[in-house]
Write a protein that binds this ligand. Structure first.
Ligand SMILES: Nc1nc2c(ncn2[C@@H]2O[C@H](COP(=O)(O)OP(=O)(O)OP(=O)(O)O)[C@@H](O)[C@H]2O)c(=O)[nH]1
Ligand SMILES: [Mg+2]
Ligand SMILES: [Zn+2]
Length: 367
């Protein structure tokens, strides 16, 4: 038996589930997703599940299929410990990205999370510009972002780097630690400080770890679990790159202390719908921009440009303005692509509705 509250179940979920309960379905939380096969937690234990044909047929994109962290309505299979996912409860939060490759499709990386841990190594993985993109997506997610800088044993100027990230992400807590006990160059042994992560979790609360391959996400979860529940592997010496050890998303229960979702390192974090998040991340530039003489100032060669002035003063770096510009361009492209896709989806929806209407008339005719 599993206590559903331990998995994050509460009164609000129960009332969202009421109609499914009347239909004889049982609540379950998605623990693993791998090639459309799921393992879900139910009050009776963990079972294998797949999405019902109806749900799959109705879905206009993969974001409408179940994702790790989702609460779902499960129809148990009578003969074996398995079931069919008949419905997905509306998500309270989600971390999404655009699927890798050309397709403009949303992929939900983790659902119903309270906290997003953005994990970045202080080795060669350290890259503030990349973190900026993760922050953007976090602001959109509905979960609280926390930056976790791992591999503190491998960096010389840890506090300077923490400060660097702090100025980039106002209001976001930034912590540096190790995910595994290590000896520093000065022969001190540093132990992982699991309380850094624990303070943002707690009974029934869910966190997700995101970051590039090799950053130490699985290692950190193992430290919290107190036993190696997840596979880890050494990074490439030359550039600290990971080997994509974690292959699927997985929800780990830390009994009484919360839940953590491990995710595979992302090769690329393609942004999904970050308009609002952009405003938060580049708050400084947005504020400066409001003071430019021209309301449509592109901060290039326009006179009386507040952004250019800040750069001349040194309060704004060229790098930061460049990533702001890159983001603006990316959002323009994204919006254009999404418009095309929305048109296609609308067509598909009206086709499906058209079909079911036809069927309805046929059935009526027979009555
Ligand atoms: N020196 C040092 N090594 C660490 C630290 N944290 C993790 N590592 C090592 O980094 C390597 C990669 O760790 P993983 O936990 O597999 O990384 P991951 O983020 O889960 O990577 P993927 O599953 O590929 O996405 C392992 O060899 C870990 O032992 C740390 O704080 N210091
Ligand atoms: Mg991993
Ligand atoms: Zn300007």
């Amino acid at each position: 038996m599993i206590d559903l509250n331990e998995l994050g179940w509460d009164e609000r979920w129960a009332s969202a589930f009421a109609e499914h309960e009347r239909a004889g379905l049982i609540p379950a939380r998605v623990g693993i997703e791998f090639n459309h096969i799921y393992r879900v937690f139910t009050a009776d234990g963990e079972v294998q599940a797949q999405v019902s044909g109806r749900l799959r047929h109705q879905a206009v994109g993969r974001h409408e299929l179940a994702a790790v962290g989702d609460w779902v309505a499960l129809k148990p299979t009578a003969s074996e410990p398995a079931g069919t996912i008949e419905a997905i409860l509306p998500r309270r939060s989600k971390f999404s990205r655009k699927v890798a490759g050309e397709l403009t499709e949303e992929q939900v990386v983790a659902a119903n999370i309270d906290t997003v841990f953005l994990v970045m190594g202080l080795d060669r993985d350290f890259n503030p510009r990349r973190l900026e993109r993760y922050l953007l997506t976090s602001y959109e997610s509905g979960a609280r972002p926390i930056v976790l800088l791992t591999k503190a044993d491998l960096a010389d100027h840890v506090s300077a780097r923490v400060a660097e990230i702090e100025t980039m992400a106002p209001g976001v807590p930034v912590h540096a630690t190790v995910a595994i006990a290590r000896e520093t160059a000065a022969h001190d042994i540093i132990q992982p400080d699991v309380s850094i992560v624990e303070q943002y979790l707690g009974f029934g609360r869910t966190g997700a770890l995101l970051g590039s391959s090799g950053a130490g996400k699985s290692t950190m979860i193992n430290a919290l679990a107190g036993t190696p529940v997840l596979k880890t592997a050494a990074v490439r010496e030359s550039d600290s790159r990971g080997r994509h050890t974690t292959r699927h998303r997985q929800l780990i229960v830390l009994p009484g202390r919360g839940l953590l979702i491990d995710t595979p390192g992302m090769r690329e974090l393609q942004l999904w719908d970050v308009a609002e998040g952009a405003k938060d991340t580049f708050d400084d530039i947005e504020v400066l921009g409001a003071a430019c003489h021209f309301t449509d100032c592109r901060h290039e060669n326009e006179p009386r440009c507040a952004v250019k002035a800040a750069m001349a003063e040194g309060t704004l770096t060229v790098d930061r303005l460049a990533s702001y510009g890159k983001l603006q361009e990316e959002m323009r492209l994204f919006d254009a692509k999404r418009d095309v896709r929305a048109q296609i989806q609308d067509k598909r929806r009206s086709k499906t509705i058209g079909k079911s209407l036809k069927q309805l008339y046929k059935d009526r005719g027979r009555e």
